[in-house]
Design a protein around this ligand. Structure first.
Ligand code: GLN
Length: 498
C-alpha cells in the first residue's frame, strides 16, 4: 500500500515501520481508530469496544517498544471476530444465546496475537454461530458493505471484512467453515486466507462444525496476512486437531524467489489449474471477466494456466449442508440454559426450561441447522445422509489430489456473483446455500484457500480471485498473491466516503 494513503488505510507492515521509527505511537493509532469505529457505527461492524482495555494495551505496547521488547506486531491494532472467546470483552458468537457472556479465558489465537503485542480494538459482528454468508443472521444487527451500504458484506466474518474495508482496523481475525473468510474478503475488496485445517488452534473458538472450522487473518494485502498468520498459527495441546508441525516463515515465503524466475516474471513456471466447473453456467459475466483479466495478469507474471476438472464440485453443497449441520447440532447441544447461555425466566420444569431457553436464545437459521443436523444423524437416516456425505467428502478431497498432479495451485472465482442487496435472498435459505459452491470444495478437503482482490464486477462491486493450495502450502499461496499485488493495485482501492 502506498505511503500516501491516510493513516487508517496504512498496511500492517507500514504501521509497524512507523511505530519502530517513532512516527506514531500505538496510543495515537488506537485513539484514531476508536474514533473512526464510533463515527462509522452505522455500518454495524463492531459489536463491542472497551476504550479502557484497548488504551491500556496500547500504553503497554508503547512501553514495551520503548524498552526494546517488541515484535513487528507490537502496538498494531486488531479486531476479533466475536466467535473467539476473550477475557476482556463479551463473546456472543452473534447470538442472543450468549448475550453478555464473559469467558474466563482467551482463545489460543487471541492469546497468541496478544503475546505478539497487538492491541484489541473490540469484537466484530458475524452471522449467528458463523452460520451464513451475508451477516444478516446476526442476532444484533446486519453489517453493511462499505462499497455500497445497501449491500451485504458477505459472511459469516462480515464484521471483520467491513471493518478492514472501511479503515476501522488494519487487520481482523476471521473464521472459515465453508468460506467465511474468503467470501466476505472478496465482497469487500480485501485479502483473506483460510489456512490448512489444523494450522491454527480452534481452542476457544465457539464451535460451529469442528471438522471444518479454521481461523485466519483478513487484511489489505497478502503481506499483511503473512505477518498475522505467523502470529496465529501453530500447534496447541488444547486442540486435538491442531497439527504438531513447524510453522513456515510466511514473510520469507512471500519474498522468496522461484527457481528460474526473473524480475518481470516472478511466477515463471507456476502452474495454475482452472477447474472447468468454476467457470460454467451461473457465474455473473462481470465476475468471469474480472477473474479472466486477473488470470491474464498471472500469465504475464510467468504463470502457466492449465485446464483441470474437479468433477464433484456440484456435490459439495449437499455434502457440506449435511456434515456442517450434523456437527452443529451436536456442538450446540451445550447451550441448554444451565451451564451458560440464555435461560428462559419463570417457574418452569426442566423440559420447559430447555425448550424455552433454546427457542428464545437461537435465531431461525441456527434452529434450521439444528433440525437438519439432528435429522441426518438420527437412527434410520444416518447411513442414507451422514455416512454417505462422509464418503463423498473423501472423494472430494481425492479430486483435489488428482488435480494437484497437473498444477501447483488452483484458481477461480470465490463466489458466482458480487455482494447482493440486503434482504434480497434472506427468505430463501437454499439460494443462500448455493452461493457457497466455490468455497465449499477446499473447506471439505481441508485445504488452504485465499481471496485476492481482482477488480470490480457488476455495479462496480469488488470481485475476489480464489487461490487454493495443497496442504500446508500457505507460503506458496501468499507468494502468488503477493506477486499479483506487486503488479496490480486492486488491493489498495478503498470505498469512497471512508
Ligand atoms: N456460508 C456458509 C454457511 O452458511 C459458510 C459459513 C462459514 O464458513 N462459517 O455455512
Amino acid at each position: 500500500m502506498s505511503s500516501s494513503a491516510p493513516l487508517h488505510f496504512q498496511s500492517v507492515s507500514r504501521l509497524s515501520q512507523m511505530l519502530a521509527q517513532n512516527e506514531i505511537s500505538s496510543v495515537e493509532l488506537v485513539q484514531t481508530l476508536l474514533g473512526r469505529i464510533k463515527a462509522y457505527e452505522s455500518l454495524g461492524a463492531f459489536l463491542c469496544v472497551n476504550e479502557e482495555v484497548s488504551m491500556q494495551q496500547a500504553k503497554h505496547a508503547d512501553a514495551q517498544r520503548a524498552q526494546g521488547h517488541f515484535t513487528p506486531l507490537t502496538g498494531i491494532p486488531i479486531a476479533h471476530k466475536d466467535i473467539f472467546v476473550t477475557r476482556d470483552f463479551p463473546s456472543t458468537a452473534g447470538s442472543k444465546m450468549l448475550q453478555g457472556y464473559m469467558s474466563p479465558f482467551d482463545s489460543t489465537v487471541v492469546a497468541k496475537i496478544a503475546q505478539a503485542g497487538m492491541v484489541t480494538l473490540g469484537k466484530v459482528n458475524c452471522d449467528e454461530f458463523a452460520m451464513g454468508g451475508s451477516n444478516e443472521n446476526s442476532a444484533y444487527m446486519p453489517v453493511a458493505n462499505p462499497w455500497d451500504t445497501a449491500r451485504i458484506p458477505g459472511g459469516s466474518s462480515g464484521g471483520s471484512a467491513a471493518a478492514v474495508a472501511a479503515g476501522l482496523t488494519p487487520v481482523a481475525t476471521g473464521t472459515d467453515t465453508g468460506g467465511s473468510i474468503r467470501q466476505p474478503s472478496a465482497f469487500t475488496g480485501i485479502t483473506g486466507i483460510k489456512p490448512t485445517y489444523g494450522r491454527c488452534s480452534r481452542y476457544g473458538m465457539i464451535a460451529f462444525a469442528s471438522s471444518l472450522d479454521q481461523a485466519g487473518p483478513m487484511a489489505h494485502s497478502a503481506e499483511d496476512c503473512a505477518m498475522l498468520l505467523q502470529a496465529m498459527a501453530g500447534f496447541d495441546e488444547h486442540d486435538a486437531t491442531s497439527i504438531n508441525r513447524p510453522v513456515d516463515d510466511y514473510s520469507k515465503a512471500i519474498h522468496s524467489q522461484r527457481e528460474g524466475a526473473t524480475a518481470a516474471q516472478p511466477l515463471k513456471g507456476l502452474r495454475i489449474g482452472l477447474p472447468k466447473e468454476f467457470f460454467g453456467e451461473g457465474v455473473a459475466p462481470g465476475v468471469v471477466q474480472t477473474i479472466r483479466a486477473a488470470l491474464a495478469e498471472y500469465e504475464k507474471l510467468g504463470a502457466q494456466l492449465v485446464d483441470i476438472s474437479l468433477p464433484l464440485t456440484k456435490l459439495t453443497i449437499p455434502v457440506y449442508y449435511i456434515i456442517a449441520p450434523a456437527e452443529a447440532s451436536s456442538n450446540l447441544s451445550r447451550f441448554d440454559g444451565v451451564r451458560y447461555g440464555h435461560r428462559a425466566p419463570g417457574n418452569l420444569n426442566l423440559e420447559q426450561m430447555y425448550e424455552r431457553s433454546r427457542s428464545e436464545g437461537f435465531g431461525p437459521e441456527v434452529k434450521r441447522r439444528i433440525m437438519i443436523g439432528t435429522y441426518v444423524l438420527s437412527h434410520g437416516y444416518y447411513d442414507a445422509y451422514y455416512l454417505k456425505a462422509q464418503k463423498l467428502r473423501r472423494l472430494i478431497a481425492q479430486d483435489f489430489q488428482n488435480a494437484f498432479t497437473q498444477c501447483d495451485i488452483i484458481a477461480g472465482p470465490i463466489a458466482p456473483t458480487i455482494a447482493w442487496k440486503r434482504g434480497e435472498i434472506i427468505d430463501d435459505p437454499v439460494a443462500n446455500y448455493l452461493t457457497d459452491i466455490f468455497t465449499l470444495p477446499a473447506s471439505l478437503a481441508g485445504l488452504p484457500g485465499m481471496s485476492v482482490p481482482a477488480g470490480f464486477g457488476e455495479s462496480n462491486m469488488p470481485v475476489g480471485l480464489q487461490l487454493i493450495g495443497n496442504y500446508w502450502q500457505e507460503g506458496q499461496l501468499l507468494h502468488a498473491a503477493h506477486a499479483f499485488q506487486q503488479a496490480t493495485d486492486w488491493h489498495s482501492r478503498h470505498p469512497e466516503g471512508f
